[in-house]
Write a protein that binds this ligand. Structure first.
Ligand code: SF4
Length: 942
């Protein structure tokens, strides 16, 4: 019988042109090739020449085409016509939109700039948005870090000048043992996957520390199903074991950390707990030869690590002595913490021993001479091939800051930071805390703020407090309640503005932040605050301006909508002034550019912001004659200079385009980036590749590239002195004093050495009544709420059951298809349940931000996201339950104010299955963009 092959075109022509830009389906910023046909986007693939993803593309990245053509895209500027929250709008022109914004904002700026609260979500243009807010003059600006991972970022900066992900990365090519703590799959997505595959190829050991064995943890060689909120205790127990066994890198500690520095241990002294300095302000150690204090960097000085010394009538001891005394305590013995952590003492001891074995018995050496900042020459680069990575699962607890510090301390004790095989920084990091700004908050009506809003306080004098001690900022960042809130506290803005505490505001201006739904605790309460009216019938928050590309749940709560473009229609700049795409071996930044022009009346938010800035006459956005300084964001990217010769993009600077990091603006700069695939990179010289904080070749190279203006070598801070300054104040020392009700919290929390305390919600509720921990995880296929309206990605996660452990499943006699009530101290939800065995037995969890409100995102009102999907947010409150002391305490980390999402405690019970609709059922919003078609076919409509 004759067989006829079907007539298939196995290599159809996909496109007539490829345009190279940067993905924005998550924050990893991979390079993409966008295939165009007849001027339309047809297909997206990874850019094989790109330094970040080298051609790798994830499901989200390829589904960018569905994001671009989404029916949920906003079409034009709009003003609200119905009641707030309902979703009824009238389309207006950009001129009218800017006129409305000007009418609200101009009088505020002239009289009381703090009445504007300007907060942005997960955008990538914070160097522009913060500059704009500074020029406006409001102290009320921040991005979303306070409810995301500020604990991780701040702990890293204070301890060692950088943290994970956007600041640092494991040495994937050399690490032999890798521990990953509290990481879900969506942050640093492709780079981590590529790194893990390198480790697998080389047979390196991967240990996943996570209550849930999903994603990266599923491919770990060993999964440690820790109980949520106990990571700090687990890490400090490993430190206990290592110190007891003498398995710490003393040479590393002596050279690169403040371990030998002398600390004042005289409890009566006004400087108790502060470090001893000489007359030049240099830290002092006890010299082993003379037995006397000496500047730590004096030639020939060899410091001692233990004992006490009396100097000018005061007793001092090295940081190392304080540290060993603390962690050798039986409180940190594995046997003392095992039950609480849900990890056996044997496992803790074994993992500590494995870390020590790899670090000290499998040392690696690179034949590369280098010179340190003291001028000492080293013949080789030596490394301890152990590395860690951690993220939001560690951060989003009320003990998150100190837990992150504990992880960094463990890395440092093993001598595995900025060495071959260890964790490495990505330029412009590392940066010592001292060269970051301190926070600025003094507003002058009609003028700019006195400096950048966000920064790293060095003591109580840097808090954002009025002379009367009241908070200057609406979110109460940088106050005694949250002294080191380095990223601001966006999650407190709406509730504080609604309460008028510390004051009422006039206009809330937000970008890309779904605060009425999945980005807030207590979502129902936030919706009520946004729609609440005063006794005169006016909204308590009078004006709300919101910008988004899509019809998210938040859109319905705005009075004025500035519609953003999709990421394929805009200019963007992933800048060294912000969080660039650098790798440990190379400095890199990148752009997005309009690979396709918008077919709607929308503008990139950054362009709209620049144009609004010019209309308001903000300095920095107008010329001397009052004309607009920049036409749009592309013009700003090329011509704005933050310091002479240093601008948003580091590549192709100068008239001839050869400047690297420094150089005058180059009018052809964006064209050069496009020609180069949308990015710029330069490799770090070989002699500068490791030991960056102490390596003079790196320091000098960083100055040449505009990262620093002068070499800025520094030591890692095992002991963080600025933290001790707050504790001293709480003990009654110094002029600036906290209110009495916060003294105990400050004394307990502000420990200059990492400590652990039980999560606050656990301390506040009856844990017998609420025996379970409840978490959300980020799926690999979604990023925040962005993906769950995407026609392709919805097919991966169209709904989100609650996953419960086999122990809880059996105890409650659940069976397949069952529903449950999940109850916290704040609320009750009804949800579908599914059994999962690879789960900490005391934990339940679900995917984050899949549940949608009916009417939002152009989805069908009966879409599974709106009927079966749900949010844990309804169970979480921004305040802890009353303690009976007459005060309401914040559900956040007491050091940084980071939202404690993962402290949630719940109970579970069976629910009737009949209706099969998740609760609470929130009434439908009117969709300002209508509803998407039933079927989206890849065809004519594209
Ligand atoms: S990891 Fe993120 S940036 Fe990279 S392709 Fe996937 S969605 Fe895009």
């Amino acid at each position: 019988m004759k067989h006829h092959q079907p007539d298939l075109d196995t290599s159809p022509e996909v496109s007539d042109e490829i345009r190279k830009t940067t993905c924005y389906m998550c924050a990893c910023r991979c390079g993409i090739d966008v295939h165009m046909k007849d001027g339309k986007v047809k297909y997206i693939e990874g850019n094989r020449d790109h330094p970040i993803n080298k051609g790798v593309l994830c499901a989200k990245g390829s589904a960018g085409i569905m994001q671009h053509y989404s029916p949920a895209r906003l079409q034009a500027p709009m003003k609200r016509v119905g009641p707030r929250g309902e979703g009824k709008f009238e389309t207006i022109s950009w001129d009218e939109a800017f006129d409305i914004a000007e009418k609200w904002l101009k009088p505020i700026r002239e009289k009381a700039p703090h009445k504007l609260a300007f907060f942005t979500g997960r955008d990538q243009s914070q160097s522009l948005t913060s500059f704009w807010a500074q020029q406006f003059g409001t102290p009320n600006y921040a991005a979303h870090g306070g409810f995301c991972s500020v604990n991780m970022a701040a702990a890293g900066i204070y301890t060692m000048g950088g943290a994970f992900w956007e600041f640092g990365v494991p040495d994937w090519d050399r690490t032999k043992m890798f521990m990953i703590f509290g990481v879900a799959e969506d942050h640093d997505s492709n780079p981590i996957k590529m790194g893990l595959s390198k480790l697998k190829e080389r047979g390196a050991k991967i240990v996943g520390i996570n209550p849930v064995r999903s994603g990266y943890n599923a491919i770990a060689d060993e999964w440690v199903g820790i109980t949520p909120g106990t990571d700090g205790l687990f890490v400090l127990a490993m430190i206990h074991v290592l110190l007891k066994a003498g398995k710490v890198d003393l040479e590393y500690l002596m050279r690169y950390t403040n371990a030998p520095m002398l600390v004042n241990i005289d409890e009566g002294s006004d400087e108790h707990g502060l470090l001893l300095r000489d007359v030049k302000g240099q830290f002092m150690v006890q010299d082993r030869i003379t037995g006397k204090p000496a500047a730590f960097d004096k030639k020939g000085v060899k410091p001692v690590f233990t004992g006490t010394i009396t100097y000018r009538g005061t007793q001092y001891t090295p940081v190392f002595e304080l540290m060993t005394e603390k962690y050798l305590s039986d409180d940190y013995a594995p046997e003392a913490v095992a039950e609480r952590c849900g990890i056996s003492a044997k496992t803790i001891r074994r993992l500590a021993a494995e870390l020590a074995h790899v670090a000290f018995e499998q040392e690696i050496t690179i034949d590369q001479p280098w010179t340190d900042w003291k001028g000492e020459k080293h013949a080789v680069m030596t490394g301890r091939p152990v590395s860690f990575h951690a993220m939001r699962g560690i951060s989003a607890h009320s003990n998150g800051f100190q837990t992150c510090r504990a992880i960094h301390l463990l890395q440092i004790l093993l001598g595995s930071v900025e060495v071959p095989g260890g964790m490495r920084f990505k330029p412009p990091y590392p940066k010592p805390v001292g060269i970051h700004p301190t926070p600025h908050s003094y507003a002058t009506p009609g003028g700019p703020l006195n400096g950048p809003h966000l920064g790293f306080p060095t003591g109580p004098e840097d808090l954002a407090l009025n002379a009367s001690g009241t908070p200057i900022r609406i979110d109460k960042a940088f106050t005694w309640e949250n002294p080191l809130s380095a990223h601001g506290m966006m999650h407190m803005v709406i509730s504080n503005a609604h309460a008028g505490d510390p004051y009422k505001i006039d206009t809330l201006f937000m970008y890309m932040a779904n605060m009425s739904w999945n980005s807030s605790m207590n979502s129902r309460g936030v919706m009520d605050m946004l729609t609440d009216k005063d006794e005169d019938g006016n909204y308590v928050i009078p004006n709300i301006i919101y910008s988004d590309a899509y019809s998210s749940e938040m859109v319905a709560f705005a009075d004025l909508i500035l519609p953003d473009t999709t990421y394929l229609e805009r200019h963007d700049c992933i800048s060294l002034l912000d969080r660039p795409i650098s790798e440990a071996d190379a400095i890199c930044d990148s752009i997005r550019w309009p690979v396709v022009e918008p077919d709607r009346d929308v503008r990139g938010f950054q362009t709209a912001l620049i144009q609004l800035g010019a209309k308001l006459g903000l300095p920095g956005f107008v010329n001397e004659d009052g004309s607009e300084k920049y036409k749009d964001y592309a013009d700003y990217i090329v011509n704005h200079e933050r310091r002479p010769g240093v601008g948003p993009l580091a590549g192709f600077r100068g008239k001839d385009g050869t400047g690297k990091g420094r150089g005058e603006p180059n009018p052809a700069q964006i064209d050069k980036y496009i020609e180069n695939g949308g990015f710029w990179q330069e490799h770090i010289p070989d002699e500068a590749l490791f030991y960056k904080p102490w390596n003079m070749a790196y320091q000098n190279w960083a100055v040449e590239r505009g990262i620093f203006d002068k070499p800025s070598p520094y030591l890692f801070s095992i002991y963080v002195e600025p933290i001790q300054k707050f504790r001293l104040a709480a003990q009654g020392k110094g002029e600036l004093q906290p209110p009495d009700h916060l003294r105990k919290q400050l004394i307990d929390a502000m420990d200059p050495l990492p400590i652990w305390w039980a999560p606050f919600e656990e301390q506040s509720v009856d844990c017998d009544e609420y025996p379970l921990h409840a978490l959300t995880q980020r799926p690999a296929a979604m990023y925040h709420s962005w993906g769950s309206q995407n026609a392709w990605l919805r097919q991966i996660h169209g709904t989100n059951p609650l996953y419960i452990s086999s122990q809880v499943w059996a105890k409650h006699r659940f069976k397949e298809g069952d529903w449950a009530y999940l109850t916290s101290h704040h609320g009750r939800i009804k949800i579908p349940v599914v059994r999962m065995d690879a789960l900490n037995p005391k934990t339940v969890w679900t995917w984050n931000a899949i549940g949608k409100r009916k009417g939002a995102w152009a989805l069908d009102k009966n879409a599974p996201e709106a009927t079966k999907g749900f949010l844990l947010n309804h169970l979480i409150h921004e305040l802890l339950p009353p303690k009976g002391d007459g005060l309401r305490w914040s559900n956040s980390d007491p050091i940084t104010g980071q939202a404690a999402w993962y402290d949630l405690r719940v109970k579970i019970e069976k629910a009737p299955t009949e209706e099969g609709i998740s609760q609470p059922e929130t009434a439908a919003q009117t969709s300002p963009v209508g509803q998407g078609p039933k079927d989206i076919a890849y065809g004519e409509e594209f």
